[in-house]
Design a protein around this ligand. Structure first.
Ligand code: HEM
Length: 409
């Protein structure tokens, strides 16, 4: 990794202290790690070290994130020797056995462009509006069952995870009864030893499911795509890769945002009261929660060319890690960024990424968040945390989340 030399005649910069190390940990569940502020003070694009000591660029500025994430030199080729690994578990992605994860999020154009074109029609606003009533029914049933069963529960187990899994099952056309195959992989603590095995198990399962669908098609995104396999325009292995990436990308992110959204609103009772009084506020509140919580830190790229950005030169072959939770708290973009404000103009947050890999499931995620939160707070008016926030177990990692959400009513 190289850094731009000082221009001739400019005074030499003071010797730099050792670059900070990633990953950094959150101490409050709804705020990014405090050290992200120190990183931005060093520069919106600055050098850090990965856990294994390798140098890498960290991007914390909002404008620089948009500029770089949409730059054609940003590659997601995880087999490049400098591809960043924000957490140790991700090194598993570089083993040949993990090739199955090689769709969308891990492919560059032109392969990526073709894959995106295959999947995008299933995530249009119209398609998602079509399944919204079903999501509403499911959420209402789960909330009512929860209340009928007692006066306290782990909200993750009884409401959030089942809701997200049911929606995904319905969308993709995967039987909900088979959720063990995908829940395990999505919510397991990322243990580097186990993750590849879990991925292999899910790949086998999806492969068997798709073979069965070829003779007995159902109704779902995978069933639609199976018709392309039969027509010879898509091969089954590729379809398995699509299914795998959708199952993995679509659950933990959504479930953790819902769970943390509940916790955050319970900790901001005045804004929750406003939402209960005026349901027209939910739409913007969901966007603000997405910005405020932004759970996916550490989006990795490797540069295929020299790129000037934020006063530095990123050289061809350098690794880059985008810390979008930091970019979403950039004062240059958002006033009072560390405050939750359901009324703020929150367009342009970066919680779904930016550029060609921007989240394909964002229309669905928005509807799920809106329905899940609105339904819960409507149907369970006395909902409260059953333990102080600082005693609730959290999960650090590539997608930050809660390990539990003890609530009572
Ligand atoms: C609150 C929920 C969600 C959040 C915060 C989220 C966040 C993200 C982010 C940040 C990216 C960009 C990754 C990168 O640039 O490296 C992404 C991509 C992606 N997301 Fe989501 N996501 C969510 C929900 C979903 C859902 C519900 C689905 C599908 C069922 C989904 C499927 C995908 C896929 C397939 C990609 C890769 C797109 C590509 O590479 O072209 N996500 N998501």
């Amino acid at each position: 990794m190289t850094e731009t030399a000082a221009a001739p005649g400019t005074p030499a910069a003071p010797p730099e202290s050792a670059p900070p190390e990633l990953p950094m940990t959150r101490t409050c569940p709804y705020h990014p790690p405090k050290e992200y502020e120190d990183l931005r003070a060093r520069g919106s694009v600055t050098r850090v070290r990965q856990f294994d000591g390798r140098p890498v660029w960290a991007v914390t500025g909002h404008a620089e994130t948009r500029e770089l994430m949409s730059h054609p030199a940003m590659s997601v080729n995880r087999f490049h020797p400098n591809f960043p690994m924000p957490i140790p578990a991700l090194t598993q992605l570089q083993t040949p056995r993990s090739a199955a994860i090689g769709a969308l999020i891990r492919t560059d154009p032109p392969e990526h462009t073709k894959q995106r074109r295959d999947i995008l029609p299933s995530f249009t606003l119209k398609k998602i509006a079509g399944i919204k009533p079903e999501i509403e029914k499911t959420a209402a049933r789960l909330a009512d069952d929860m209340v009928a069963a007692g006066d306290s529960a782990d909200l993750l187990d009884v409401y959030v995870k089942p809701l997200v899994a049911m929606v995904l099952s319905q969308l993709l056309g995967i039987p909900y009864e088979d959720r063990d195959h995908f829940e395990d992989l999505t919510y397991r603590r990322f243990d580097p030893e186990q993750v590849v095995d879990a991925m292999a198990d899910l790949t086998d399962y999806l492969d068997r499911l798709l073979v069965a669908k070829e003779t007995e098609p159902g109704e779902g995104l995978l069933d639609d795509l199976v018709t392309q396999v039969k027509a010879g325009t898509l091969d089954r292995e590729e379809l398995v890769r699509y299914a795998l990436v959708l199952v993995i990308a679509g659950q933990e992110t959504t479930a953790n945002t819902i769970a943390l959204g509940v916790l955050t609103l319970l900790e901001h009772p005045e804004q929750l009261a406003e939402l209960r009084a005026d349901s027209g506020l939910w739409r913007n509140a969901v966007e603000e929660l997405l910005r405020f919580l932004s759970l996916t830190g550490g989006l990795s790229r490797v540069s295929t060319a020299d790129v000037e950005v934020g006063g530095v030169t990123i050289r061809e072959g350098d690794g880059i890690i985008f810390l979008n939770p930091a970019a979403n708290r950039d004062e240059a973009q958002f006033e009072r960024p560390n405050e939750l404000d359901i009324h703020r103009n929150v367009r342009n947050h970066l919680s779904f990424g930016f550029g060609i890999h921007q989240c394909i499931g964002q229309n669905l995620a928005r509807v799920e968040l809106d329905v899940a939160l609105r339904t819960l707070f409507d149907r369970v008016p006395d909902l409260r945390l059953d333990r102080p926030v600082d005693e609730i177990e959290v999960k650090q990692g590539l997608v930050f989340g809660l390990a539990e959400l003890p609530v009572a009513w």
